[in-house]
Design a protein around this ligand. Structure first.
Ligand code: SDX
Length: 429
């Protein structure tokens, strides 16, 4: 095995440059030494969607897209989904180790202690039009929390970062539930720490006028698994956004609002809502082949399929698909399930999708479960943002400790006009 380096010959000058290879990467800044002349700025890399660029060193989540592997802090997602709870997994993502009994009890107490919202934030949520998309409300409310916790701007203080992380994890469930209740025109259910995190969330979402609302254990288990599966996913679009905004030393609420805004897009976390819209538009299994033909003509995307990293099955989608049947036994199956199964069956055997390595991702089945839980499609992405807030704060906390931390400021390739003289308006044609 030769040296861990590249020998690059610049054919413009005949010079040879030795670029070290570290952790399977070269440092882009090393390319700046490659110049065609003394006034040359030096080489840049051009990677507009960061398709082939590592932007962080992280110990939180490991993905192998070809093998369909996902691990949080080394633990396979399948084992966490089978044995853990969302609260325990949140601890693991933040601290790097599974908690012991005392640590988990303290953690759950701390988070439950931060579920209440300031009345200012509650009134802001109530001020939105009832028809406002819940993600717009979620983003607005999270951003506003930064104004209620001005101490959160002390981003260099690790104790302060942990306090804000606990506040965020506690409050995003309340914000999420409130966006749903407002959208439905129902009174708010305040958090109640008699129940655990997931039970409390379900009670805030679904309690109507029952004297005591206790969520069904099947729903509690299903939501624990769904929240575990959605908690983190290394440097995806929204997590990268959290890191970019956080790199300017913005408070974590402002960074998280930006991350949630990125998640809202239909190519990212908004896909679970877009899947249901697609299934409703197809309307019947008999119309699936015609829809697939339209996708192959480039007229539509098969939402819930494809992934930048997974070029095999998304392990989360497989777990959700298996779990869906347990939930449907309790809630009754979604009327769109058969259409989804037909789409999957055709797509997995069609060369167009096979050649492009398009497989069902995490969003293909999650929406069907949420619909079976009688949730409106416009709340689905909020159901993604709540658990992903754990990943966003974990990645932000890790970044703030990174010795390579600098404000993110990429370069560009200028394609505009050369210098030209200003002309007075009278002289213009
Ligand atoms: C999430 O990054 C993460 O980890 C994200 C996430 C997380 O946990 O954070 O996993 C969550 O966002 C999952 C993805 C949810 N999005 C969707 O389901 C929307 C539909 N999927 C596509 O938009 C797409 O697959 C992406 C955005 C997910 C990935 O797009 P890429 O990697 O940029 O791939 P591409 O657009 O370059 O596609 C390659 C080819 C193209 O065809 P050609 O131009 O080569 O002919 O595949 C085609 C695309 O047109 N293609 C699709 C398709 N996805 C890609 N064709 C039809 N339907 C699709 N869904």
């Amino acid at each position: 095995m030769g040296k861990d380096s590249l020998s690059i010959t610049d054919n413009r000058t005949g010079k040879v440059y030795e670029i070290p290879i570290v952790d399977g990467t070269i440092r882009a800044i090393d390319l700046r030494a490659i110049k065609a002349g003394k006034d040359d700025f030096g080489l840049l890399t051009y990677d507009p969607a960061l398709l082939n660029t590592a932007t962080a060193r992280s110990a939180i989540t490991y993905l192998d897209g070809d093998a369909g592997i996902l691990r949080y802090r080394g633990y396979p997602i399948e084992q966490l989904a089978a044995h853990s709870t969302f609260m325990e997994t949140a601890y693991l993502l933040i601290f790097g180790q599974l908690p012991n009994k005392i640590q988990l009890e303290q953690w759950a107490f701390d988070i439950n202690h931060h579920t209440l919202l300031h009345t200012n934030a509650q009134r802001l949520i109530e001020s939105f039009r009832h028809s406002a998309h819940p993600m717009s409300v979620f983003i607005g409310a999270i951003s506003a929390l930064g104004s209620l916790y001005p101490d959160s701007r002390h981003t260099h203080d690790p104790e302060n970062r942990l306090l804000q992380a606990k506040r965020i994890i506690g409050k995003v469930a309340t914000v999420g539930a409130f966006t749903y209740r407002i959208n439905q025109g129902w009174p708010l259910n305040l958090p109640d720490d008699e129940l655990d995190y997931i039970g409390n969330y379900l009670r805030m979402m679904f309690r109507m006028n029952e004297h005591h609302y206790y969520p069904d254990p099947i729903l509690v288990k299903a939501l624990n698994v769904l929240f575990i599966l959605h908690a983190d996913h290394e440097q995806n679009c929204s997590t990268s956004t959290m890191r970019v905004i956080g790199s300017s030393q913005a408070d974590p609420y402002s960074s998280l609002a930006g991350a949630a805004a990125a998640l809202y897009g239909p190519l990212h976390g908004g896909a679970n809502e877009a899947v249901l819209t697609m299934l409703e538009q197809i309307g019947a299994t008999g119309r699936v082949p015609a829809f697939i033909d339209g996708v192959k003509r480039g007229e539509a995307k098969l939402m819930g399929f494809g992934h930048r990293v997974y070029k095999n099955f998304d392990p989360r989608g497989q777990i959700i698909k298996k779990m869906a049947h347990e939930v449907f036994a309790f809630t009754g199956a979604s009327p769109l399930l058969d259409i989804a199964l037909k789409l999957e069956e055709i797509a997995l055997h069609d060369e167009y999708f096979i050649s492009r390595k398009l497989y069902p991702n995490v969003d293909f089945y999650s929406g069907l479960i949420y619909q079976a839980m009688k949730l409106p499609t416009n709340i689905f992405t909020v159901m993604f943002a709540i658990p992903r807030s754990v990943g966003w704060v974990a990645q932000w906390m890790e970044m703030m400790e990174d010795e390579d931390l600098k404000i993110v400021r990429p370069r560009q390739i200028y394609t505009g006009e050369e210098e030209r003289e200003y002309t007075m308006i009278e002289e213009r044609k």
